[in-house]
Design a protein around this ligand. Sequence first.
Ligand code: GLN
Length: 291
Amino acid sequence: MVSLMLKKKLRTILEQSGNPSAVFETDQIMKWVLKLDRLILAPDGEINPQKAEKAINAAMRRTKGEPLQYILGEWDFYGFTFHVGEGVLIPRPETELLAEKAVSGLKEIAETDSRVGTVIDLCTGSGCIPIALAKTTGAVCCGIDISEKALEYFNENIILNETEDKVTAFLGNVIEPDRELLDRLPEKCDIITANPPYLTAREMETLQKEVRHEPEIALFGGSDGLDFYRVIFGIWKERLSEKGEFIVETGDGQAEAVKSLMEKEGFCCGIIKDYNKLGRVVFGKLSPTAV
Ligand code: GLN
């Protein structure tokens, strides 16, 4: 089959299933199956039959609502590629806003203190945050997650991104950390990041069919979605260095409530809005009077 034919076929399969992103997803499948960076294909270029079959199978799976990212087994975040699949949250573009805020903090540390910063990422999942931060700034990072499956992806991603000397994966419960975990972590760090589960009970009932394939444990944040934020600031602020910063992602309409929870723990806070003008990231430093 020639490439133009295959593209048309994939697009038709996706369009007929009502997929609103059929053109984009066709390109993603073509790139993946042909391992191309950019999609420059001669329309009459012959595609090896096994590859064509693999692409068609991917499009067929997609029609059943499986997330494209799981089918491809990889997805990009902050310019780096991560292994993803059943059992781990797919990295989202909105989380790049959190990464960007952490990168600017780490760059400031490099400039003012002439050293690389350190980061602890809570609820790390695939490890996309600590790995992206380590790759971008050279920071020494660790990530914690309660899910063994997520840790498997995280460890694969450390190898895939060649960050073995910078990034460490820990299995652990961030809302009830045990002594063993705490003893293995750095005593103080410059930045703590978290994209905790924050969907509300109501949001869990109306999830997109793709999101229903993702682990509930990575999505559900209790009835109002704020369960994690109620405890993590109090527990983890002990690990922040004097000028350290807490940076978290929040769900739709949660930023003000999360900011108040952070302030209650003695932080001076701010909110960053996303491209839809919704508060998406809350950050804070411990105010001098609180330490
Ligand atoms: N951003 C995800 C979603 O809206 C939720 C991830 C999370 O709970 N941290 O599906």
